[in-house]
Design a protein around this ligand. Structure first.
Ligand code: ADP
Ligand code: MG
Ligand code: MG
Length: 355
């Protein structure tokens, strides 16, 4: 009898569509060996399933009205928690694979729900997921671990609303132009802008503050972008690095998902010492956040000084057949079917370890 894997996709996130594409390739890769039960989460946060694998990419929640799954008490019930039906008895899934990116998926919230339901799941736990999602906390942990990064500042929305001139002056003094302005808790470049002057900086701060109550501003560098895939639990291993060459001025949402002229180079053409350093830093970042299962660690290689800086970690990286994470492992001799199989195994291993 095949092991039943519940795949969660979509979600209440700016990366809902990206998740559907990732989930489709994960579902296909799992389906030979596992009994895949796909659960679609609408942009409003409602759960539906099972969704036939063929429908994952084009998931239309309205078509599944009769397959709605209640996982949380309706607010009208007063939110009484004892009404929460256990996920395990509902779906009899043995392992959960939350192929969700961004808010309410990659940020520890779903992980908390799955912990409550006492089921094994693929990827990082609550704490690692939320720290990985919050670029400010992530940088603090990386700094504590001695990992090299870009200089940055951060601000609350209330300050941006009320004292924008003061903030801009501080950014100009400490970071200068160009700078990158980002909502603290997002991914896929949503809400991120590059500013080269005061006017653009003001716009960028206001824009980022629409997405999050915390905004981070970084010194903008001229860089090459390198990414390393990490796989494992307590003894994680790193793939060779890959390189992204964005077709736009920076790797924005358009360059990631709409315009197909961005290029992926596998492996990245960098000297042997750089490969070693990138792999060491990737594993160190994974360990610093106490991640589990998988992560893609993204780096900058500064063009003028040849410095390697860590940009970010993604605890549930893009997983389409052309995404960097599975591609790097494929290049290292681990095809996507074996990769997802290993991830399920690691989920079960970690679940046993936690007890
Ligand atoms: P996300 O989590 O949304 O992917 P990133 O922090 O990775 O956000 O930023 C998205 C892209 O913006 C990067 O891939 C890079 O192209 C560009 N970028 C971000 N920060 C900087 C920076 N400090 N200097 C130069 N480019 C940057
Ligand atoms: Mg990210
Ligand atoms: Mg990124």
């Amino acid at each position: 009898k095949k092991v039943k894997v519940a795949l969660l996709f979509g979600g209440r996130s700016g990366e809902h569509e990206v998740s559907r594409n990732s989930a489709y390739s994960v579902a296909k890769a799992l389906s030979d060996k596992y009994d895949v039960f796909a659960i679609g989460i609408s942009k409003e946060g409602e759960w539906y399933g099972p969704v036939p694998l063929e429908d994952i990419k084009q998931f239309v929640p309205e078509h599944y009205a009769d397959k709605k799954i209640t996982i949380l008490p309706h607010p009208a019930s007063g939110g009484t928690i004892y009404q929460l039906p256990g996920l395990k008895p509902v779906h009899q899934a043995e392992v959960f694979f939350p192929v969700l990116h961004g808010t309410f998926g990659e940020d520890g919230t779903i992980q908390g729900l799955l912990d409550l339901a006492q089921v094994p799941y693929v990827g990082a736990g609550v704490l690692s997921s939320s720290v990985g999602m919050d670029k400010i906390f992530m940088k603090k942990i990386f700094a504590e671990a001695g990992l090299p990064q870009v200089p940055y500042l951060y601000f609350l929305r209330t300050l941006i609303d009320n004292h924008i001139d003061k903030i801009i002056t501080e950014i100009e003094e400490k970071l200068g132009y160009p700078c990158f302005v980002k909502p603290a808790n997002l991914g896929s470049s949503v809400g991120i802008s590059k500013a080269v002057n005061r006017g653009q900086l003001e716009e960028a701060l206001k824009k980022a503050a629409r997405y999050d109550r915390k905004v981070i501003v970084e010194k903008g560098l001229s860089v090459r972008e390198l990414e390393v895939s990490v796989l494992g639990n307590d003894q994680p291993r790193a793939s060779l690095p890959g390189e992204i060459v964005p077709c736009n001025e920076f790797y924005d949402y358009r360059a990631k998902y709409i315009d197909d002229r961005s290029a992926l180079y596998i492996p990245a053409s960098v000297p042997e010492e750089a490969v070693k350093r990138l792999q060491e830093l990737a594993v160190a970042a994974f360990k610093a956040l106490d991640c589990a299962g998988l992560s893609r660690v993204d780096f900058f290689l500064t063009k003028d000084t040849n410095e390697i800086l860590i940009n970010e970690i993604n605890t549930m990286p893009g997983f389409t057949t052309i995404s960097m994470y599975p591609k790097l492992w494929e290049y290292s001799g681990l095809p996507i079917t074996e990769l997802v199989d290993e991830l399920v195994r690691l989920a079960v291993e970690r679940f046993a370890d936690k007890k």
